[in-house]
Design a protein around this ligand. Structure first.
Ligand code: MTE
Ligand code: MO
Length: 435
């Protein structure tokens, strides 16, 4: 947008931080859309609504309805869980078969479409026939019981908006040098969903757990038999047996027909294809809570059961899969979440963390769910370093990368949640930098 174009009703001088960050109240004014339109839409001309370059789809009737609808064929090429043109040098052949990532740069809002939910399946996806699968609850209970999917559908279910994040998400940012991986590869192991399920407390109540029960040991029916220990307090709080994802039965890759879902805990504890919950007075000390998913500290001792995730945010637009084509007004937007509760505030900086402005949060804000933030930014064409910093309702703040590494040391691998930086160069190129 050139300087001589008017921005009707918009005060582009209301700066809230250095580098061109503008007051988030701009989004409340009715004309913000026309500002965006001035910046991005091209001029319509002539009397015809079917202008040059536009086909006329009104002539013939369209195709028939499908039994199960699909995306537009024009969306299929770019918006996928496997990164298009993914640089060969990053391919870890041991993992790629079993990992798929959410294309955060292509999404808006906070709900991840089911077909784009990230996936981590350590030993592949079992092809489970729901008529031949059930969950048993046993161990320190009065009545061991078993539940198939039909039984679970008959309980009163809860539907809640929550995120799920692998604790290995963003781990490449612990490395010494910034990465040139696409944002989907860096941060794409997080998704947001309306999960529907039966609260585990309901089923544990029915089975009658012993007063000495301290842990619930969950086991999956997959080839890897993922096994994790969940503290009893969490099991009785908001843990559910999830059976639906955004309304429909959960996908095979998400644990069909039933999975454990532990809101705000590291993704690994949400055991998919759940077949057993063993009530115990101690954790099981499985491979996934000893050799893996522990936090190696600077003194080479490992923290175990660091299950609840911290407060975190990322800027998804603009990000390193895009470049800024011209000077002008941009919206900086991204996602913030906390494993403990609600996001209360997100600040954005475009000068590498020297000055900060408050971003607008899009409501309703759900607990342990992705929250979208946005702030207007007038880019004058210089270099900039974009950062976001989230707070949760308990006052927890995202640390800087330096603070996180000082606390966690160089052995750290899981739970990277520090402030992340996108460097913008004067030619509009964006890449991951350390600031
Ligand atoms: N049974 C089983 N449950 C599992 C896994 C697995 O491999 N097997 N992977 C875990 C890991 S590491 C993560 S991050 C989440 C991923 O859930 P999603 O694939 O639905 O995104 O599931 C967890 N539950
Ligand atoms: Mo994970």
């Amino acid at each position: 947008m050139s300087k001589d174009k008017k921005l009707p009703g918009i005060d582009t001088t209301d700066h809230v931080a250095k580098g061109g960050l503008l007051n988030r109240r701009l989004f409340l004014t009715s004309s913000i859309a026309s500002t965006a339109a001035l910046a991005t839409a091209s001029a319509a001309y002539g009397e015809d609504i079917i202008g040059e370059g536009q086909d006329d789809w009104t002539i013939y009737p369209g195709t028939d309805a499908l039994e199960y609808s699909d995306r537009s064929r024009f969306e299929v090429e770019n918006v996928k869980r496997f990164i298009p043109n993914f640089p060969q040098k990053f391919l870890d052949l041991r993992l790629t078969k079993y990992v798929a990532r959410t294309p955060l740069d292509h999404l808006l809002g906070t709900i991840t479409p089911n077909g784009l939910h990230f996936e981590r399946s350590h030993q592949g996806i079992p092809d489970i026939d729901p008529d031949k699968h059930f969950l048993v609850i046993h161990g320190m209970v009065k009545n061991p019981l078993k539940y198939d999917i039909d039984a679970l559908e008959n309980y009163t279910t809860v539907s809640r908006h929550h995120y799920l994040e692998c604790s290995g998400n963003s781990q490449v940012l612990f490395q010494e040098t910034p990465t040139d991986q696409p944002i989907q590869q860096i941060h794409g192991l997080v998704s947001g969903t309306e999960w529907t399920g039966v609260l585990l407390s309901t089923l544990l109540d029915e089975c009658g757990i012993s007063p000495d029960a301290k842990w619930i040991i969950a086991e999956g029916a997959d080839n890897g038999m993922m096994t994790r220990s969940i503290p009893i307090d969490k099991a009785l709080d908001d843990t559910m047996i999830a059976i639906r994802q955004n309304g429909e039965r959960i996908r095979p890759s998400q644990g069909y027909p039933m999975r454990l879902y532990t809101p705000g805990y590291e993704g690994n504890t949400s055991v998919k294809w759940l077949r057993s919950l063993y009530v115990s007075d101690r954790p099981v000390m499985s491979a996934q809570e000893t050799a893996k998913y522990t936090d190696m500290m600077p003194d080479n001792k490992a923290l175990q059961f660091s299950l609840e995730q911290d407060v975190k945010s990322i800027i998804t637009r603009p990000s390193n899969t895009m470049s800024l084509k011209k000077k002008g007004l941009y919206e900086i937007t991204g996602l913030a979440w906390s494993g403990k509760g609600k996001i209360s505030r997100v600040e954005v900086s475009v000068d590498g963390g020297q000055t900060w402005g408050d971003a607008a949060l899009e409501g309703p804000i759900h607990t342990k769910m992705l929250t979208r933030f946005r702030i207007p930014w007038m880019w004058e064409g210089g270099s900039a370093i974009l950062q976001s910093r989230a707070y949760d309702e308990f006052g927890r703040i995202q640390p800087t990368r330096k603070e996180l590494i000082d606390a966690r040391g160089r052995n750290a691998f899981y739970h990277f949640h520090a402030v992340q930086s996108w460097g913008v160069s004067p030619n509009g190129e964006i890449k991951n930098v350390y600031a």
